[in-house]
Structure formats: C-alpha cells, structure tokens
Design a protein around this ligand. Structure first.
Ligand code: SAM
Length: 289
C-alpha cells in the first residue's frame, strides 16, 4: 500500500520506483516486452489505462508511445465516486495520497507532455469517446467491484484493435473476488483469450493468442530471474510467469558438521555459544534455536 504522506509533502520522484503504486518488476518487464515487440513489429495504436493512481504504471506506458500514438488515462483522482461501494474503496485505499496534480507532477518528472486525462469514473468511457479499434494495449486497474470491472472490460474490448492486448489487474487476489468474476466471465462468455498470467495480472487478447504466446516465448525470462510455466485452461495453452525464489542460504559445512556429529550435550553447548555470539550479532540465527 502507498504511504499516507500527503502528496504536497512528497518531492518529485527521482526514479520510477519512487512513485507509490502497485506495479512491480515482473509486470513492468511483461508490459515492456509486449509493448516494445509491438512497436518493433510496426504495430501502431493508442494506449489506454483505466486506473492510474499516482502514475507508476502510466509513466511506463508513456515510455512506449511512438510518434502519432496517444496515451489516455482515466481515473477519479480527487473526484467523488458515483456509488457507495466505490467511495468506500477510494476512502480506504487512495484518498489520503491521491490528487490529480500529484499524478501530473509524477508523470511530468519523466515525460515532456501529459497524457490525455479523463478525470471521471471509468463508466464515462462507455460513451465511445475512445474510438473503436484504436488501441494496441489497454491496462485495466481501476475499481475492483464486479459491475465496474465488467464495464471496464467491455470498454477495453471496444477500444482494442484486432490483435490488441488487455492487462487486467488483481484478477486473483483474495480481497478482489469481483475482479476474478468479471475476468473469467469475459473468458468463458465473452471470447477473451488468456495468454499470460502473473501473480498480479491477467493478460489476454480477443485476437490471435498464439501469436502473443510466440512473442512472449522469444524472451529468456529465466535469465531475468523469473520462472516460466505452461498451463492449459479449457484446452487452450497459457503461460505463467513468476519470480524465481532464491534457495535459502546453506549453513556452512563446518557448522553443519559440528551440529550433526557432536554429542547432544556438546551440541547444546555449541548452540549456547552460537546464541551468545548471535546476541552480539556475530553469526546469523540457527533455525529452531
Ligand atoms: C490500484 S490503483 C491504480 C494503480 C496504478 N495503475 C499503478 O500501477 O500504480 C486504482 C486507481 O483506480 C482509481 N479508481 C477507482 N475506482 C474508479 C472508478 N470507478 N473510475 C475511475 N477510477 C477509479 C483510483 O482512484 C486509483 O487511482
């Protein structure tokens, strides 16, 4: 969760990681790979983000704009939500820190021009102000309520060009069942094809899923510190990416041998000695000591 520090008190971010938010390295890498592969292949189109908070993900989307392309972000920022549940969500998670001007300051720390900003509930985009088939990438990360996310997915579908990609945040968190319901409903009744799952985001397309899969497999994710797994959902393949877990640090051989070979009394004495040393911060803790 972001800090509760008021936006006005925060200095301009020096690096992208200084912007509070929930956009972490794995999804940054996935967004970067998918967007830059689109650009390299000559795919053009606008980019749309529903739910930008203080700009952590919007700044990266802006990095990938090619000449003639437009980034539009839609967020309530400091406006009131339309309904009680959404207002409660805003009060609990964002109100203390979020203002439109803080978003703008963060964005302008990394880009010369602001994106197109729609300060409104995302339902305002259902009026067709985003031209149909105009986008190559849509990031949905606004309200977590089922009715809103279902509407946001409909907006994404209308906005995306044929092989465009949608990234849907929080599709599997315990506290966001409405997002899960809307996402899997779109898959099983709305023709959305899953291509990639990360711990935080679902990536899909209404276009050619096998082409996106091929693009994803071009990168050596393992070398970057990630795991790659393949699953099938209702007969269709999907990739999963996650962080590699580093193996726990091995006990040094001499310590392990001492603890295994010494008689119990000596081992207790050794543990006592190690505990004393540890209290003086001389050695790392022993498991179960
Ligand atoms: C999880 S944050 C977005 C995080 C951001 N994408 C990032 O990666 O740092 C969700 C954002 O959605 C906005 N939001 C919530 N409900 C909304 C609604 N109905 N319409 C528009 N924006 C909404 C909140 O103001 C908040 O900024």
């Amino acid at each position: 969760m972001p800090t509760a520090e008021p936006a006005a008190a925060r200095p301009a971010p020096l690096k992208r990681d200084d912007i509070p938010g929930w956009f972490f390295s794995l999804d940054r890498a996935a967004f970067g790979h998918l967007l830059s592969t689109q650009s390299a292949a000559g795919v053009t189109g606008d980019i749309l983000e529903l739910g930008s908070y203080l700009g952590r993900s919007a700044v990266l989307l802006g990095d990938h704009l090619q000449p003639g392309e437009r980034l539009t972000v839609c967020d309530l920022f400091d406006s009131e939500a339309d309904d009680e549940d959404n207002a409660a969500e805003m009060a609990m998670s964002y109100r203390k820190t979020l203002t439109r001007s803080a978003f703008e300051a963060n964005y302008l720390a990394f880009h010369r021009e602001l994106p197109e900003i729609v300060q409104a509930p995302t339902s305002a985009l259902a009026d067709g102000r985003i031209p149909a088939d105009s986008c190559r990438f849509v990031h949905v990360d606004a309200s977590h309520l089922y009715e809103h996310v279902a509407g946001d997915i409909a907006v994404a579908r209308a906005a995306l060009a044929e092989d465009g990609l949608v990234a849907l945040d929080d599709y599997r968190s315990e506290h966001t069942p409405g997002v899960s319901a809307a996402v899997w409903e779109a898959v099983f009744t709305g023709g959305l094809r899953p291509v990639l799952l990360t711990p935080m985001k679902f990536y899909g397309t209404w276009g050619d899923a096998s082409a996106v899969r091929e693009v994803l497999l071009r990168r050596d994710w393992r070398a970057g510190g990630y795991t790659v797994d393949e699953d099938t959902i209702a007969g269709s393949p999907v990739l999963r990416l996650n962080y590699q877990v580093k193996p726990p640090v091995e006990r040094s051989t001499s310590r392990r041998l001492a603890l295994e070979l010494l008689p119990p009394v000596a081992t207790r004495a050794t543990r006592r000695m190690l505990r004393t040393l540890r209290e003086r911060r001389a050695v790392p803790p022993l498991p179960n000591a």
